[in-house]
Design a protein. Sequence first.
Length: 267
Amino acid sequence: MQEFAPPLTFSALVTALRAAGCVFAEDEAELLLSSASDPTALATMLERRAAGLPLEHVLGWAEFCGLRIAVGPGVFVPRRRTEFLVAQAAALVPRQAASAPAVVIDLCCGSGALGAALASSLDGVELHAADIEPAAVRCARRNVGGLGTVYEGDLFAPLPRSLRGRVDVLLANVPYVPTEDVELLPAEARVHEPRVALDGGGDGLDVLRRVVAEATDWLAPGGSLLIETSERQAARAEETVGSRGLVARVVACEESYATVVIGTRPR
């Protein structure tokens, strides 16, 4: 690992980051400078970033929907394109009385970013989140805090049975990279994020199918399932969602390269 002697100037940071292959070296240099507690910490952060660690893991947080979401080693970094899914979900959350808040589930929650962002933007929801990765669950509990409850387990398995048939919005940011494409991902994801958060099986839709198979039993009448996917998978994903009795549609945002399949349980 290359060593950098403090103090480091902005120019020196940019030069080192560019040499390490960082495309947005100036932006990253500003973030490192603003986040480091002292020159020694700054040098350590630069060494970690130059060694290939994701910037968000170096900083200890990722910006998402205006929030600073804590992330760390072994935790999937929330993508900015997924903010589109949260915006779609917010529009579907029914406005209910405080005595009967809308019920939201965040499956494959990772850092808990989606559920935390949605709950923070609304006037009270009953939030439940789950992930199979212990590191992700620990991280999600930090981010969700008093906004909801985070469970450790596979998809719906750890959730309270009392939620069945009561869920108004079901967020499922499932892994959707086809297995053979995982090795083509940038090293930041392929090396430093858990494979279980990336690998969606042969066609990338294996976990989506598992979620859809149970979703109708958990959704309330009129409740909606929202799943992010890729543009090339959207037609198959929409068909899968529709095959389970949900009214399916695809929404997309060209600006953020985001594609979301929404399935609504008929009332």
